[in-house]
Design a protein around this ligand. Structure first.
Ligand SMILES: Nc1ncnc2c1ncn2[C@@H]1O[C@H](COP(=O)(O)OP(=O)(O)OP(=O)(O)O)[C@@H](O)[C@H]1O
Length: 270
């Protein structure tokens, strides 16, 4: 369990990124921090592994304040996947994945063997292992990024817009892959995105943020859809545009689901 207790962050230049944020993130689930640009999502995510230290309040992992932990040790125990994969350009794919385990003392041959298995786990052909990141497509690079995030077998996986830079088709593939992986691994995933559809697809719990890390609503996708807390939430999730309002229409005895514009979205099974 990860807990934010009245956390605030004011950067040195006076920017208040987060005012007063409290949240409990349950273990073995995916929690999505959703909000528009500048709402403080990345700042909050980075407080978990001490890439950012709060100016006030505390972040606890399993009841231990992260401020009491060595930042380097902490960072090496938590998986971190970012938008542009963050791979080391002069190291091969297999070495990129093996780097952190080796820093933690795993022997090179063993770390590489594990890295190859992780390539299988994230659905990347082992034939890619000897390539450099620039020789991979964006989607393949992100898979390597996920493999690297999983390399120390962390309990916690932090993902900061990990699929933001790839095209919609690859993005959908990577999302499905993450759902499959999470079904197998059951990590505590904290996922940052500004994409409502992505949030609703991946999140067990959604935390919708306004500017300053202010919580607009917390709930499951279904709860937020069913009862948006206010106009801001309704607008953000598209409910006000009727985008997510579906209706059932009878067509030749079949029940067809149509969207607010009357376009067919699917058929209900009898
Ligand atoms: N190192 C920094 N120094 C000063 N201000 C910062 C720093 N990092 C972030 N900020 C500011 O803090 C606020 C929150 O930034 P943050 O990156 O957490 O938002 P975000 O919701 O993740 O946005 P995005 O979706 O664009 O990444 C923004 O106003 C940003 O400009």
């Amino acid at each position: 369990m990860i807990e934010f207790r009245s956390v605030g962050k004011t950067f040195d230049d006076g920017t208040v990124a987060v005012r007063d944020f409290s949240l409990v993130i349950p273990s073995h689930k995916t929690t999505v921090l959703l909000g528009s640009s500048g709402s403080g999502k990345t700042t909050l995510l980075r407080m978990i592994n001490r890439m950012v230290d709060p100016s006030g309040g505390a972040v606890l992992i399993d009841d231990v304040d992260v401020a009491s932990q060595n930042p380097v040790t902490l960072r090496r125990s938590i998986g971190y996947v970012m938008q542009n994969s963050g791979l080391l350009p002069h190291r091969t794919v297999v070495d990129n994945v093996a780097t952190v385990p080796m820093l933690r003392g795993v022997r090179k041959s063993e770390a590489r063997a594990q890295a190859l298995e992780l390539l299988d786990t994230v659905g990347l052909d082992r034939a890619m292992a000897g390539r450099y990141p620039s020789q991979l497509s964006g989607g393949q690079q992100q898979r390597v990024g996920v493999a690297r995030g999983l390399a120390v077998d962390p309990n916690i996986l932090l993902m900061d817009e990990p699929f933001g830079a790839v095209d919609p088709v690859v993005r959908a593939e990577l999302q499905q892959e993450l759902l499959r992986l999470q079904g197998e691994l059951g990590k505590t995933v904290v996922f940052v995105t500004h994409d409502v559809d992505e949030a609703f697809l991946l999140g067990d719990q959604i935390v919708l943020l306004r500017t300053g890390g202010e919580v607009a609503q917390i709930g499951t996708p279904a709860e937020i859809l069913a009862r948006p807390a206010d106009d801001f939430v309704a607008s953000f999730i598209g409910a006000d545009r009727g985008r997510r309002v579906l209706r059932i229409r009878e067509v030749d005895g079949a029940r067809v689901v149509v969207d607010a514009q009357g376009r067919a979205a699917g058929v209900l099974e009898p």
